[in-house]
Design a protein around this ligand. Structure first.
Ligand SMILES: O=C(O)CCC(=O)C(=O)O
Length: 273
């Protein structure tokens, strides 16, 4: 960080309390306020949006899209497309929070992805991310970074509290089926559904196995979100258990063999103690 860019702080430590760490491990998610400044969100967010709109190939009307396609425009590994986004994704502030929350000595990048929910975009069906990932342990989490204040009408991310150990639905990809079956199971088991807006500068972290969803965007503005998926720096690749995990292996950890540490050039260490 240069002196001129001191307001663009993406590297300093965010002081987590013991209580916050306990909260994350018990509830499977946490929302943290004032993590990123408005200047950071404006500066990097502008470039993220430019890249998303340039790389987006989805131009069919909502009515002709699948439920998955209606939920968001999804662009992955933007850090490979732009030096500025690379700088943001490499930031130690968000990565060190992930390491501390999970209780690991360091984290690597699994991949980044922008998730832009258009006005009129549909709900994000209930799911757990780790269904998609050939990862040998549960030490993985996503930071969900709104690039604007996110009201309830824009479809903020919401969580089933303490669902990270719930086994039902772990074999379901994002679909109408996951929405119906997981919603029913979570509600029958009495899981609390936490739905809250996000302030500017607020971010959330959730485990790979925490069930989550997001409402439709009923507003008039684009819901602009950047995410990074962090893995324990010692995470090993496991034998894929479905077709999506096979694809993820090829795309996000190319050249890594089953049983090896996920250390391909696409999985740099972003923070270590
Ligand atoms: O942004 C969304 O609507 C869903 C995000 C999500 O599922 C995730 O980041 O794991």
């Amino acid at each position: 960080m240069t002196t001129a860019n001191q307001h663009l702080d993406i590297d300093s430590r965010y002081p987590l309390t013991e209580e916050q760490i306990r909260f994350f491990r018990e509830k499977g998610y946490i929302k943290l306020k004032n993590v990123l400044s408005p200047e950071v969100l404006e500066y990097y967010g502008k470039e993220i949006t430019t890249q998303v709109l340039t790389l987006n190939e989805q131009d069919r009307p909502m009515s002709q899209r699948t439920t998955y396609e209606q939920a968001f425009i999804q662009i992955t590994n933007l850090w490979q497309k732009s030096e500025l986004i690379k700088e943001f994704v490499m930031g130690e502030r968000l990565a060190s929070i992930a390491a501390e929350l999970m209780g690991v000595k360091g984290v690597r990048l699994y991949h980044d992805q922008a998730l832009y929910k258009e006005p009129g975009g549909g709900l994000t069906p209930w799911h757990a991310d780790q269904y998609y990932w050939p990862l040998a342990s549960e030490k993985t989490c996503t930071v969900w970074i709104p690039l604007q204040e996110t009201s309830l009408e824009m479809g903020p991310l919401s969580f089933a509290e303490k669902s990270q150990n719930f086994a039902f639905g772990r074999d379901l990809k994002i679909s109408d089926e996951s929405q119906a079956r997981i919603q029913k199971a979570l509600s029958e088991q009495g899981f609390k559904h936490v739905v809250e807006p996000f302030d500017l500068g607020e971010v959330s972290y959730h485990y790979g196995w925490t069930f989550h969803t997001a409402g439709p965007n009923t507003g008039t503005d684009l819901r602009k979100i950047m995410t990074m998926i962090y893995i324990d720096m010692h995470m090993r690749l496991k034998e894929p258990s479905n077709e999506n995990q096979k694809i993820d292996w090829q795309v996000f950890c190319p050249g890594v063999n089953v049983g090896e540490i996920i250390g391909s050039p696409l999985n740099p260490i972003l923070y270590s103690e």
